[in-house]
Design a protein around this ligand. Structure first.
Ligand code: NAD
Length: 289
């Protein structure tokens, strides 16, 4: 079939030397929001697999700290911190170009940077500026990341000797609220995450035959600064905890493990998915007792 390309090599169980999915084999990643939370843990986990990366964050110092931790733990792995506001296309493009210049290819893009504005509220009480800023970062930022990922991944050389797949894997961070909506209103944020899910599905279909996979990570509520800064009273915390089947918030590393799977060749037949890592939150109706 014209345009249909099978992966050069499918890994079998004999190829696995450890219990972890295979991300390494000289794969190169770009991770946005790499300075904190999910982005930080994913950067460390990828490095532990031998994956070199460009670490983008609007907070350069935070990205530099992530890179420093990688250099200390995994001296053979390259991690390049870069200042980037994902809502600015030229800055996202510069990150992609940096990866290609340094490493000659780009296999994985994790469009993860996002905000939840403290003044995000319901439809009546959310300021237009809060709405616009949220869409600029959470939606447009993901679009720019996808757009420049596609350009770079189309140009990836095929490495016959290493058996690398043509194309690449793009993971966009959405949220469980993009699937469910939230009773504690944050209309701009919820809308932005629904948009990420819709965008990711369409990209997955349009670029499937090029071997570029797109999946959306849907985290449940996590113990990261993004949410914990927002839930600043015991009442706010407990209102959420009541609805978590496991009785606890998730950890960023638990999201990173999901990202690792989606980035790796272990998930080679998975594209266009809303990949929920939510501790069962979206699966059932939970009451206080
Ligand atoms: P976090 O606040 O710990 O980290 C986010 C990082 O993104 C920070 O380092 C920040 O500096 C960076 N960032 C913010 N704006 C940026 C911009 N314009 N350009 C580049 N970098 C920017 O947050 P987290 O919990 O790790 O969240 C990561 C992603 O996961 C976000 O998209 C968030 O919406 C999503 N998410 C989080 C939760 C949760 O409960 N924490 C739940 C569902 C989804």
């Amino acid at each position: 079939m014209p345009g249909l390309r099978l992966p050069h090599k499918l890994y079998t169980v004999e190829d696995l030397t450890c219990a972890f999915p295979v991300v390494s084999n000289a794969k190169i990643a770009l991770i946005t929001g790499a300075g904190s939370g999910i982005g930080l843990e994913t950067s460390l986990l990828f490095a532990s697999e031998g994956c070199s990366s460009v670490l983008a964050d609007i907070n350069l110092e935070a990205a530099q700290k992530t890179a420093q931790r990688i250099h200390e733990r995994y001296p053979d792995v390259k991690a390049i911190p870069i200042k980037c506001d994902v809502s600015k296309e030229a800055e996202v493009e510069a990150c992609v170009n940096k990866a290609v210049e340094e490493f000659g290819r780009l296999d994985i893009v994790f469009n993860n940077a996002g905000i939840m504005h403290p003044k995000d509220d319901d439809a009546l009480n959310t300021d237009e500026k809060v709405w616009d800023l949220t869409q600029e970062i959470n939606v447009k930022g993901v679009w720019f990341g996808c757009k420049h990922a596609i350009k770079a991944m189309r140009a990836n050389p095929t490495d016959e000797s290493k058996g690398l797949h043509v194309g690449g894997s793009v993971i966009n961070t959405a949220s469980f609220v993009g699937k469910m909506g939230a009773a504690t209103p944050q209309i701009a944020y919820t809308t932005s995450k629904g948009a990420v899910l819709a965008m990711t599905r369409e990209l997955a279909m349009v670029h499937a035959k090029e071997g570029i996979r797109f999946n959306a990570l849907c985290p449940g509520p996590l113990q990261t600064p993004l949410l914990m800064d927002f839930l600043d009273t015991p009442e706010k915390l407990n209102r959420r905890l009541t609805h978590l089947p496991m009785g606890r918030f998730g950890e960023a590393i638990e999201q990173a493990r999901g990202v690792l799977f989606l980035a790796s060749d272990e998930s080679s037949y998975i594209t266009g998915m809303d990949f929920l890592v939510d501790g069962g939150l979206s699966a059932c109706y939970v009451t206080a007792e």
